[in-house]
Design a protein around this ligand. Structure first.
Ligand code: AMP
Length: 277
């Protein structure tokens, strides 16, 4: 496994990598959710590249960029076990040159849900992913369904800008109680961690209501809200039942619908989703 920090070193390695090349962009502090992406990339490509970069431009001014957990040594050990070929760990200046001021802005899709709650978030995500795609030149790039809107935004960017790669979606990896794995779960204290299971319980409730014939999206949102509000540490940011491709909110649930949410448990903001139908 080769670890590189500069675009110039990456380019030298990339030119010699057997193709096709699968790429997994991450912000590090790796868990099983990330490793499943790496394994799928490994099984579908001759070479696998992983990036570890906590991207400052996708964090809002009052968000957790500084506290975001980092453990590069452990990350590298985990990636080595998976047979990763190249790890790209650039310093910020390697991605954003001094005076950098060009951005990739994905329209409508990026303004809903997470985009509405976190202004500028997807501009930061799309820009860094475009930079990374340009540097790594992957044939396939792997993204988790856990961040469903991010996946849609990246797919839209890749299609609109004719990027010559395939964007591959990978199902969400969960803890035994259903909580989606996330580097941010480490912020949760034991009581918060217990209450965090309510996100997946609410998503399961939505799926069950739909299976039992409930097609009224408002009724589903209301029942999810009531369930989550039973947990004293939970504070709902949004609950959405939307078209799975356009992300437009639905009145009547028609598959494929994306049921998604952002909920604060204590100070930690968690997101999760399921596709119903
Ligand atoms: P992050 O390091 O949080 O930026 O995540 C890097 C990639 O891993 C993104 O494509 C995420 O959607 C994906 N990912 C994170 N958590 C999970 C999970 N629990 N299951 C599947 N994919 C995940």
């Amino acid at each position: 496994m080769k670890v590189v920090e500069t675009a110039a070193d990456l380019k030298k390695l990339r030119d010699k990598l057997p193709g096709p090349v699968g790429f997994v962009p991450t912000m590090g502090y790796l868990h099983e959710g990330h490793l499943v992406l790496v394994r799928q990339a490994k099984s579908e490509n001759a070479s696998v590249a992983v990036s570890i970069f906590v991207n400052p431009t996708q964090f809002g001014p009052h968000e957790d960029f500084r506290q975001y957990p980092r453990d590069p040594k452990r990350d590298l050990a985990l990636l080595e076990v998976e047979g990763t070929d190249v790890v790209f760990m650039p310093p910020v200046e390697e991605i954003y040159h001094p005076g950098f001021n060009s951005w990739v802005e994905v329209g409508r899709l990026a303004r809903r849900l997470e985009g509405a709650s976190r202004p500028g978030h997807f501009r930061g995500v799309a820009t860094v992913v475009a930079r990374l795609f340009d540097l790594v030149k992957p044939d396939r790039a792997y993204f988790g369904q856990k961040d469903a809107q991010q996946l849609l935004v990246i797919k839209k960017m890749a299609a609109d800008l004719d990027m010559k790669l395939e964007v591959v979606a990978v199902p969400t990896v969960r803890e035994p109680d259903g909580l989606a794995m996330s580097s941010r779960n480490t912020y949760l204290n034991p009581e918060e961690r217990k209450q965090a299971a309510v996100l997946y319980q609410a998503l399961t409730l939505a799926q069950e209501l739909y299976n039992d014939g409930e097609k009224d999206a408002g009724a589903i949102r209301r029942q999810m809200t009531a369930l989550i509000q039973k947990q004293p540490l939970a504070d709902i940011d949004y609950i959405s039942v939307a078209h799975a491709e356009t992300l437009e909110e639905l009145n009547e649930v028609k598959p494929p619908a994306l049921v998604s949410m952002a909920v604060r448990i204590g100070k930690t903001r968690l997101i999760d989703n399921v596709v119903v139908g």
